[in-house]
Design a protein around this ligand. Structure first.
Ligand code: MTE
Length: 321
């Protein structure tokens, strides 16, 4: 993201510290048992694993779901894994080495807010119970570059089902980890840490909304947002929050990280549209990371058949910023 920081800005509200990671096995078993995801043989993580031996490695490669086809080749891993936006590790693209400091096990996700029973889920159990699949998705950054990635993961809709939101819940809010000791970017107090993102329940349960756990047929590299990130391929990339530690169901729409920082440039909806320019540059074309060539940008990043109906009746909303 290109950000013009204005002088004399008020500092954002203090960053909330996420719940400390803990493993509540009984709650977890209850939650998953109640959901439709329970498979035979619930496997809880074994103590003493190191992150070198990724406990989810045995789940890869997952079978590819051919429903999600690409109109271009997959972008090679050496390109996509060395050109990342992960502001927690720096406000430039070369963060892959620094991101290796992130400790990704144990890792839990708190599920709270307007749900039947707030809980905390261990990611390895979640991955196993959800069942993983591979999808080839295009990714379009608001900065007008793009790539195509073979993600592995599971539909966000499955997590929504497990969470059992109350009828009053209208939005799903996501939060990234907060640990300035490993993520030096979080010491830059003018950013409204932790990184947050929000989608509507309808968007969260759209079949394209994907919780990503792996890339290129293996557990995803830390710079991609390990151990679990979101990918919403019809929206600008900043909506696809990395390294998620909390998922909250809420009635009122909270302001997101970028919306808080630069509301006139980065809005809530952020659906890709070549006809609606960013205030400081055109969105008509994008630079493919693989070739460096500029190609036309497509409405909803080419995923209109899947998502256009989500926005019927919302024409007065700023759907494309
Ligand atoms: N999530 C967190 N926590 N921090 C970030 O800085 N950057 C966003 C998004 N998710 C970001 C994030 C932006 S601007 C983009 S384009 C994508 O992650 C980049 O994902 P990639 O590095 O896998 O290409």
């Amino acid at each position: 993201m290109f950000v013009h920081l204005k002088r004399g800005w008020e500092l954002p509200a203090s960053a909330a510290t996420p719940e400390s990671a803990y493993l509540d096995r009984r709650t977890l078993v209850r939650t998953l048992a109640a959901g439709p995801l329970l498979a035979a043989g619930l496997a809880l993580p074994r103590p003493g694993r190191t992150e070198d031996a990724d406990p989810s490695a045995g789940l890869y490669p997952a079978a590819r779901n051919e429903r999600y086809a690409l109109d271009r080749p997959v972008t090679d891993e050496p390109i996509t894994s060395r050109y990342n936006n992960f502001y927690e590790f720096g406000s430039h693209k070369e963060i892959h080495e620094r991101a290796q400091d992130l400790v990704i096990r144990p890792w839990t996700i708190a599920i709270d807010g307007l749900v039947e029973a707030p809980t905390t889920i261990d990611v390895d159990t979640l991955f196993r119970e959800a069942g993983l699949e591979e999808r080839l998705y295009r990714h379009r950054c608001v900065e007008a570059w793009s790539m195509a990635i073979p993600w592995t993961g599971f539909p966000l809709a499955k997590l929504v089902t497990v969470a059992k939101p109350l009828g009053s819940a209208k939005y799903v809010a996501f939060e990234t980890f907060m640990d300035a000791d490993v993520a030096p970017g979080q010491r830059q107090v003018w950013y409204p840490w932790p990184y947050t993102e929000v989608v509507t329940i309808a968007e969260a349960t759209n079949e394209l909304a994907f919780l990503v756990t792996g890339a290129y047929g293996k557990p995803m590299a830390k710079q991609f947002g390990a151990p679990i990130r979101l990918h919403l391929p019809w929206k600008y990339g900043f909506k696809s929050i990395k390294s998620i530690v909390r998922v909250s169901f809420v009635e009122e729409r909270p302001k997101t990280f970028w919306e808080t920082l630069v509301p006139e440039e980065y809005g809530f909806w952020a659906n890709v549209n070549p006809a609606v320019d960013h205030p400081r540059w055109s969105q008509a074309t994008e630079r493919e990371l693989a070739t460096g060539e500029r190609v036309p940008t497509l409405i909803f990043n080419g995923y209109g058949d899947f998502v256009a109906p989500l926005y019927a009746g919302l024409e007065n909303e700023p759907l494309y910023m």
